[in-house]
Design a protein around this ligand. Structure first.
Ligand code: FAD
Ligand code: SF4
Length: 495
């Protein structure tokens, strides 16, 4: 039987059972397509990272003896569209069957279902063997429950996979060390520089430019520093485990002008493209912990495991439970335009300038920059979540809709009305000053609430609470802020 098997750009799992044996009747197809480069304006580093990783993956398959058709972006016979691609190659190869891997985006899932219905040959869909949950695990787990609490999902996952468990109890006696993960970084401990996988990608960049793909952001073509192969991805993971894990949890929420990456792992692109699996990332970190338990505190390790075993799988479950409606949610009815400076980095607000310019330079910002700087400002200024989504989906190297939209609309913008976040992640300048050093170099005064040079975050914070008080008045987690608001009275601000 002649089979055509499709591999999408975020399905680069060399460990997949498909590749265990070479099947002479099977041809794999991979394509760099305008359909994928143009559905949102991506960061140039994101396009480079995906194309380079796809090319390396195709080469690795060929080296194992598999038959691969690989279409580059400027190839003449590249139809640039998934439907045409599959029709063209199933015809050309006279395939008896079309096979594909379960896509992670609703858009592609729908398109592939429509394509297979239109094909005259048989088709079959296979699991990607990447995630630790099925699409509907979260939905089933919370069946009949009003609130989807991440913590209870995470505990179920710890038990299910027997991760950091001792006789049915959490190792160390606590499920969660979040309280100890909130330190400001003040120059020590020393932060090892990010792992060096720098390579020259000028030729690929020239191809992308020749194709006329519209992109945002900056790139150093001679020193591109994201992993684009399984080997490099494993190196980045090992480097994290050996050098950064030691302080990961402590400084997880820290912000710093000189330190873009702090103790963060930078494995999100390798994970989301599936060059690494979540289980192997967790296993590697636990292996390092076991080897070095005297030095590495359990709170550093648990903090990391929770992100991957908890949040990442939780977001995937929310996505499949809530799509397609989730992409239109706007519970706070926010309608404002995203400020132009999100695309240029040109603002006097030091925190936003750093977080945005770093995003444009590196295609990366860590979680608290995304949540409490850019996300916070967008929410306080009551920005249309569709505009916020388009920015996050474009700018980050790891932005794939299932994990971007749930973090953006859900965790950051409260657009789902509190499904992911039980309260809005908003703050005044006080939090930003507490967690980092942005304020000390800013044109604005973080302590001033009104008047010249007053930090905009302060007035915006109270204005937001006032504007949305009807939505939050009965939210138990907002009780303190709402009663402070009514004590203060907005008159003072409106003078
Ligand atoms: P680390 O801080 O080292 O964490 C390790 C890993 O944990 C990450 O690689 C990631 O796989 C996982 N993780 C941590 N937090 C989350 C989370 N909230 N949801 C899912 N996984 C998590 N992550 C993406 O992968 N893609 C996105 O498009 C994305 N968009 C985001 C948008 C907003 C508004 C916010 C607030 C967060 C977003 N995140 C997204 C989550 C998180 O910020 C990134 O996963 C993280 O910054 C990636 O850097 P890292 O690999 O150094 O992570
Ligand atoms: Fe940001 Fe305000 Fe601090 Fe400036 S003073 S860095 S605008 S929080």
């Amino acid at each position: 039987m002649k089979k055509l098997r499709l591999i999408l750009g975020d399905q680069l799992n060399l460990q997949h059972p498909w590749f265990e044996e070479v099947d002479s009747g099977c041809t794999y197809i991979m394509a760099e397509m305008r359909q994928e480069t143009d559905y949102v304006t991506h960061h140039v580093q994101k396009v480079v990272a995906f194309f380079a990783s796809m090319r390396n993956f195709a080469t690795a398959l060929e080296e194992q003896g598999h038959e691969v058709i690989y279409l580059k972006i400027n190839d003449e016979d590249n139809p640039q569209d998934l439907k045409k691609l599959i029709q063209q190659y199933t015809d050309q190869l006279r395939s008896d069957k079309f096979e594909y891997l379960l896509p992670d985006e609703y858009r592609l899932d729908k398109q592939l279902r429509e394509i297979t219905e239109s094909l005259e040959i048989k088709s079959e869909c296979f699991d990607t063997h990447h995630f630790l949950t099925k699409r509907d695990t979260l939905e089933k787990f919370f069946e009949g429950k009003k609130q989807l609490v991440m913590e209870s999902f995470y505990r179920m996952m710890r038990k299910e996979y027997d991760i950091m468990m001792e006789d049915g109890e959490p190792e160390g006696g606590k499920w969660n060390y979040d309280q100890s993960n909130r330190k400001k970084w003040k120059g020590s401990p020393e932060i090892p520089s990010e792992y060096d996988t720098r390579k020259d990608i000028s030729d690929l960049l020239a191809e992308i430019e020749k194709a006329g793909i519209e992109t945002i952001g900056n790139i150093d073509a001679q020193a591109f520093n994201w992993p684009t192969s399984r080997k490099e991805s494993l190196e980045v993971l090992n480097y994290f485990a050996e050098n950064l894990l030691l302080h990961f949890g402590d400084y997880q929420d820290a912000l710093h002008t000189e330190q873009k990456f702090l103790f963060h792992s930078r494995v999100s692109f390798a994970l989301n493209s599936k060059m690494l699996s979540p289980k192997e990332v967790i296993d590697r970190v636990l292996e390092e912990f076991r080897r070095n338990e005297e030095e590495i505190d359990i709170s550093q390790v648990e903090g990391f495991v929770r992100q991957i075993l908890g949040w990442r799988e939780f977001m995937r479950g929310i996505y499949w439970r809530e799509m397609p409606d989730y992409q239109y949610t706007n519970a706070l009815d926010n309608q404002n335009k995203l400020p132009d400076f999100y695309w240029t980095g040109n603002t006097k607000m030091n925190c936003l300038s750093h977080a945005i310019n770093q995003s444009l330079d590196e295609a990366y910002a860590h979680h608290i920059q995304r949540l409490m700087i850019t996300g916070n400002y967008a929410l306080l200024t009551q920005t249309d979540p569709a505009e916020v989504d388009a920015w996050y989906l474009g700018v980050y190297i790891d932005a794939i809709e299932w994990v971007e939209i749930t973090n953006t609309r859900g965790m950051s913008q409260f657009a789902d009305g509190g499904l992911v976040a039980t309260k809005p992640y908003v703050s005044s300048a006080n939090y930003i000053n507490k967690m980092g050093n942005y304020c000390s170099g800013c044109s604005y005064d973080h302590k001033k609430k009104t008047g010249e040079n007053a930090c905009p975050f302060n007035a915006l914070y109270w204005n937001f609470l006032d504007a949305k008080k009807e939505v939050f008045k009965d939210n138990p987690r907002m009780g303190m802020m709402m009663s402070l608001l009514s004590k203060k009275g907005m008159k003072k601000w409106k003078k």
